[in-house]
Design a protein around this ligand. Structure first.
Ligand code: CA
Length: 233
């Protein structure tokens, strides 16, 4: 079954070019030219991915993203044109999954779309596995057994501190997503924690020493510059 992509772009020529190219790649495509239509269509067709331009008439892309995020976990790829927009997207205030700066090539766009959809599929598989088998994450040779509070690499149990375990579990549950330090701090440490984002960096470093083959060149917990971290599994 073809994956559905909702294109939200008010410049008609770009909207049509995007639609044409994505259809050509085998995706099912719907379009919207403004924010309200985008929200209505997203709820109606439940797309697998949304391409969301920021500068839209009326409600802007940031607002659309915020509203969609309240009850949809669909991956959102934002299309930005200006530096100050990029700062806000990279800061991930709005919960976008990735962004692309205009002008971009169709090749680049399609590569990003594919990567994002692949990431989501992998994550869904992980989540399904965990539900059917007492919450166990299998991430290559890394296994997190949520029921037993156990983490193993190549069947050897790791000795993790409680917060390292919590952090790893949170990262694994959001595999493929860019997570800001603020978000991690809030979700893993809680609102009442009097610390700052360096707390995260320190725990990530400790965790890397335990789960990365080469902690100096991490393959599992990736640092996304000026944005946060992404867990690759
Ligand atoms: Ca626009």
């Amino acid at each position: 079954m073809a994956e559905k992509i909702l294109i939200v772009e008010d410049e008609l020529i770009l909207q049509e070019t995007l639609a044409y190219n994505l259809k050509h790649q085998g995706y099912e495509v719907e379009t919207a030219g403004d924010g309200q239509t985008a929200i209505d269509k997203a709820k109606q067709i439940k797309p697998d991915l949304i391409l969301l331009d920021i500068m839209l008439p009326g409600m802007d892309g940031f607002e659309v993203c915020r509203i969609l995020r309240k009850d949809m976990s669909v991956p959102i790829l934002m299309l930005t044109a200006r530096d100050d927009e990029i700062d806000r997207v990279v800061g991930l205030e709005v919960g976008a999954d990735d962004y692309l700066t205009k002008p971009f090539s169709m090749r680049e766009l399609i590569a990003r779309v594919r990567a994002l959809l692949r990431r989501v599929r992998l994550m869904q598989n992980t989540n399904q596995d965990s539900e059917s088998t007492h919450k166990i994450f299998h991430l290559n040779n890394l296994v997190i057994d949520e029921t037993r509070h156990e983490v193993m690499i190549d069947d050897k149990p790791l000795d993790l501190k409680p917060k390292e375990y919590d952090l790893l579990l949170y990262l694994a549950g959001h595999r493929g997503h860019i997570l800001s330090r603020e978000q991690i701090l809030k979700e893993v440490w809680g609102w009442d924690f009097f610390g700052d984002s360096r707390t995260i960096d320190v725990h990530v470093r400790w965790l890397r020493e335990k789960i990365e083959e080469n902690p100096a060149e991490p393959k599992r917990i990736i640092t996304i510059r000026s944005a946060g971290y992404r867990f690759e599994g």
